[in-house]
Design a protein. Sequence first.
Length: 538
Amino acid sequence: MDNIADDLIRRQEALAGERATLDTLWQEIAELMKPLRADFTFQRVPGDKRTQKIFDATAGLAADNLAAGLWGMITNAANDWFTLRSDLPESEEAQATKEWLDDVTRRMQGTFAANGQRFYARVLELYADLVTFGTGVFYSEEDAATGRVHYSCRHLAECFIAENERDEVDTVFRRFSFTARQAHKRWGDKCHPSLLRALEKEPDRRFSFLHAVMPREDVARGRFDPAGMAFASFYIDVENRLLLSEGGYHDFPYQVPRWSTASRGLYGDSPAMLALPDVKMLNAMSKTTIVAAQKAVDPPLLAVDEVAVRGLRTHPGGIIYGGLDENGRRRYEPLHSNSNVGLGLELEEQRREAVRQAFYFSLLQMVQQPNQTATEVLARQEEKLRLMGPHLGRIQAEFLDPLIRRQFGIMRRANLLPPPPKQLRASGIRIEYVSPLARAQRAGEGAAIVRALESLAPLGGIKPEIYDNIDSDAAARLLAQSFGVPNNLLRTPGAVKKLRQEAEKEGAAGDGAMPAGMQGDATAGLGDLGAMLSGGGQ
């Protein structure tokens, strides 16, 4: 037991030493952009002032704006942001399979929104860390009895990570502090005697602990205790080097997304790192401009000597005795530096714009140009959001995919999901994202259909049969999916075929056979649709 505690503490200290330089960079970024997170190189006292180095808040506001934008475009609590699909071809997918997938999706989304929407409150903190420091650490803890999940965003200063051979984060060491009361409530009499003594006299005294989660090398297949779980968990009292508990997880409980790994480091790069030179320059310029403006508004006074200014009253309404000589001339004159404050403000605005662009400020603005058609708005948004695509893919791969899979596993083990249909037992399930940002990335397919109909409209008015080249059913399904129509609203191809056959039988029994020109009229309808789109796309 003691060897395990010593080995894990040494490994955590080694990981902390490797990233010491990065901690210094994060501390500098936090002091200028995220002062409430500035605890990397030293521990601050609660309530300590943290904004002394900030003279311009543009960077912090831009980072918060980007984090809020990611929350609204990727995991918005008011919208469905993911759905489950089967790996089967759509033509082979039974209606019962679709209904089961939709039911499970709704149950999982309800779990994310449960417990006072704790997930959506914590995920905003994750996005803030992601855009500021380039790395975020999210933790989901399972309650085996109820199937509920406790979500939390861990402070990056507490967490140290390691990767496997596939560049995937599979190990997290978290060094944190508990009060004596919290530790005793968590581990009871397993705590060290020194902590138990402090519990009586100093229950709020803080102690340092280590939580280590890593892959288990020798998993005992078929066992239901921690030895049969894929990931091992150890809680250690650091000060007394005591192993408090050993457990495990079926799935990796940490999700560690990174904004970018362009530097080929273990931790991610962030927009704040690129904007740091401009942020430092902007703060220096703002400080200089503030001093220059203060001198212009309240300039220093010129006097003969120090004795001459004793008792000088410069406050509003004050009387300066002896301020004039016998000839009525002023004895004191203000010193005007003739500084160009306007030039300083202009240069500051240039730096502010550079900082905003580093945090993708223009992507989050609404299109405000008047007299734009729906097609033009769609094309502009598609072009702008394409720049966010690589980062969206990384967030999905390193955060949302493992999070949803873990949530599914927790609910399945707690018997909170209905039994799957037979058709799904032999096939897989995949995750499809339907958030606003994901739909914007897929909107290109829908826009291509719209543009094709616009281009064909002039020819379609002359020769309507050219629309026979377009599969209208496939186009309708593709348009519906690209704009995020729920899966249960779309009929299966077999159901559509059956519905049309019934309609044909009713038409034949009522009014006779379908007129020969009916197909041409239907094709002409597609021509009218193309003409409507080319006339404005509204």
